[in-house]
Design a protein around this ligand. Sequence first.
Ligand SMILES: Nc1nc2c(c(=O)[nH]1)N[C@H]1C(S)=C(S)[C@@H](COP(=O)(O)O)O[C@H]1N2
Ligand SMILES: [Mo]
Length: 345
Amino acid sequence: MPLEAMRYDITPVGLHYLLIHFDIPAIDAGDYALRVGGHVRRPLRLTLDQLTARPSTTLAVTLECAGNGRARLSPRPLSQPWLGEAVGTAEWTGTSLRAVLDEAGVETGAIDVVFTGADRGVQGGIDQFYERSLSLADAMRDEVLLVNAMNGRPLPPQHGFPLRLIVPGWYGMTHVKWLRSITVTERSFAGYQQAAAYHYRTTEGDSGVSVTRMLPRALMVPPGVPDFMSRVRFLKPATEVIEGRAWSGLAPIVKVEFSSDGGRSWSAAELEDAVSPYAWRRWTYRWDATRPGDYELCARATDAAGNAQPIAQRWNLEGVENNAVQRVPVVVREPAEQQAPADLG
Ligand SMILES: Nc1nc2c(c(=O)[nH]1)N[C@H]1C(S)=C(S)[C@@H](COP(=O)(O)O)O[C@H]1N2
Ligand SMILES: [Mo]
C-alpha cells in the first residue's frame, strides 16, 4: 500500500497490500464447500450459499503483515522486502466462527482449531497447503469471522475468494485465505506456518517466540514531493499538517508523538476516533516547517497497555515484528529548478 493511501479510513481494495505465499488457487463458487471436522460431534459441510445466508457482521479491521519493516533490517532477512507499506484497513463482512464451531459441537479435550487454505506450495523443503491454527479460546472470541466480502463486495481472488478467516488484532499470517477446511484437534498443531515460521528468534535452532498480535505502530503520509531515486522528500517552507495512522493489536492507541529531529525531541499529535475497535486511528500534527534545512521526521505510537514503539530496530532471523519508529528524511527549501507544467502555458 503506498503510504499516501493512509488518507482513506478504509483502504480501497486495489491499494490494500497483498501477501501470497504460493499461487492464488482457482476456486469455483458453485462447487465450493467449507468442511468443518476433526474433534467435533457433527462434522459440517457448508456451501457458499449456506455460509452467506447465516447472520453476518461487518467490521473494519486493520491487517498488517508480521514482516512489515523487514527490509530496514541489516543484514536483511530473506523474505518479502517490506519497508513499511504492508498494512491496510478493510470492511470485512462475514459470519461468526464461534457459531459455526458451536453447531459442529466441539468435543471436550479440543486444543487447537486449524484453518487450511486451498493454496499449496513448497516452503522450508516441505510440500504444504497454507495452514495456521488458533487455540480453541482464541478461535471462540466474538470478533473472529469467516468472511466472504471485503468493502461491500465479494472477496476478490487475491484476498481469499470465496472465504477467509479474519482474526482482528492479529498479524496478517493468521487471516487464512481461500479457506477450505476447519479442523479441531486434540493435540497442538505443529504445521510449518505455525511451528517453524512466524517466530521471533535471533539464532538458528532457537525455538523462539510465536508471533501473534500486532505491536503498536504509527506511520505518516510522507509530506511534500519525493526525489525519484532516494525518496527524500522536498517541502516548501510553511506550516505543514502531517497526517498518519496508528494501530496496535494489543490495546487501543492512546498516544502518537511526532519528532522533526530524528527522535531527539517529541511532541504529542492529535488523535481522531478509531475507525473501529479493530482498526487504525488517524492522527495529525501541525509542524512548523518555516525554516529551511534538513530534517528527519519520526512518529511513535503508544497503546493503553503501555506498549510503545522502540526507537531502534530489533534484528531477528525472519525479520518479524520490526515496529521501530518510521524515519522520513525531508529537505525544507524553496523549490529547485522547476519544469513548469505545460498547461500553465
Ligand atoms: N491461504 C493463505 N492465507 C494467507 C496467506 C497465504 O499465503 N495463503 N498469507 C498470509 C499473510 S502472511 C498475510 S500478511 C495475509 C495478507 O492478506 P491480504 O493479502 O489479504 O492483505 O494473508 C495471510 N493469509
Ligand atoms: Mo504476512
